[in-house]
Design a protein around this ligand. Structure first.
Ligand code: ZN
Ligand code: ZN
Length: 251
C-alpha cells in the first residue's frame, strides 16, 4: 500500500471512529437526529422518494393520474440495454448534499443505511438478481477518491440481502469527460465502449443487478449493461440511489 493510500485509509478509519462517537446526524444536512441513518424532519419533508406510477423500464416517475406503470416516451423511442432501472429518490437541490457526502468520503458509514433505501425501492429488481455489480470508477479517479461510492452501496446491499457481490465485474477502459452539459446522444457516445467486463466467469449466464449512485441520462448504465450482456450476462437491471427527474430536459 502506498503512503497516500495508507493515509487515506487512516483518515477514513478516523472518520468512521468519529462518526461512531458523535451523536447521529441527518444523512443530508448533518443536523443531530435521534436515530442513526435517518433524515431530519425538514429533509424528510423535502426529499422526493420515488413511488409508482413510474416508467416500467427506466423508472421515470409518471404523472400521478396514471393508474399503473407504463412505458415513458424515451423508452418507447429507444429501448435501453438494461431491463429495468429503479431509484430511491429524485436527485435535486434537497437530496444533492446526501449524494455528495457519500461521493466525497465524508460519510462512508452511510452506505449501510442507504442500502435499506435501495432494498425498499428496488425490491423487484433485487429479487430477480443473481449477482450485484457496481458501476466502476476510472482507476485515476479511484486513486484520487480512495473508494468507489457505487461499490460501497453494492457491498452494503449484498450484506443486507445475502446476494453475491462481484465488486470488480466491470472496469472503465477510458476516462470519460464529465457528462455535465452533454445532450442524451452525446452522453451515449461519450460512454460507449468505456466499460469492459473484467470477470466474465462471474457474470456468465447470471441476472446482474448494476448499482449506481445517481442515474442521469442512463447512458452510463446503458453502456455497462451492454458490456455485461456481450460478456454473457443473462439480463441486467439497474438500481440507483437517486435519479434526475427529467433526463431529456436536463440535457
Ligand atoms: Zn436534514
Ligand atoms: Zn422510461
Amino acid at each position: 500500500m502506498g503512503l497516500s493510500a495508507l493515509m487515506t485509509t487512516t483518515v477514513a478509519a478516523g472518520r468512521l471512529l468519529l462518526n461512531a462517537v458523535l451523536p447521529p446526524q441527518c444523512l443530508a444536512c448533518s443536523t443531530v437526529v435521534d436515530t442513526p441513518g435517518h433524515l431530519c424532519g425538514t429533509c424528510f419533508g423535502r426529499f422526493t422518494f420515488i413511488t409508482p406510477p413510474h416508467c416500467g423500464i427506466c423508472g421515470l416517475p409518471l404523472d400521478q393520474t396514471v393508474t399503473e406503470d407504463l412505458i415513458c416516451g424515451a423508452c418507447v423511442a429507444e429501448r435501453p440495454s438494461y431491463g429495468r432501472a429503479r431509484a430511491a429518490f429524485i436527485y435535486d437541490d434537497h437530496s444533492r448534499p446526501l449524494v455528495l457526502k457519500l461521493k466525497h468520503g465524508d460519510r462512508t458509514d452511510m452506505a449501510a443505511h442507504l442500502a435499506k433505501w435501495l432494498a425498499r425501492a428496488g425490491a423487484e429488481v433485487i429479487e430477480a438478481a443473481d449477482v450485484i455489480a457496481p458501476v466502476p470508477l476510472h482507476r485515476w479517479r479511484l486513486l484520487m477518491r480512495a473508494y468507489n461510492q457505487s461499490a460501497l452501496l453494492a457491498r452494503a446491499l449484498g450484506r443486507l440481502t445475502g446476494k453475491a457481490v462481484v465488486a470488480n465485474a466491470l472496469t472503465r477502459t477510458k476516462a470519460t469527460v464529465s457528462q455535465g452539459g452533454l445532450s442524451r446522444t452525446e452522453r451515449r457516445r461519450n460512454v460507449a465502449k468505456a466499460f469492459a467486463v473484467h470477470r466474465a466467469a462471474a457474470i456468465d449466464g447470471k441476472r446482474v443487478l448494476l448499482i449506481d449512485d445517481v442515474l442521469t441520462s442512463g447512458a452510463t448504465a446503458n453502456a455497462c449493461a451492454l458490456a455485461l450482456i456481450h460478456a454473457g450476462a443473462k439480463s441486467v437491471d439497474v438500481l440507483a440511489l437517486a435519479r434526475v427527474p427529467n433526463p431529456a430536459g436536463a440535457a
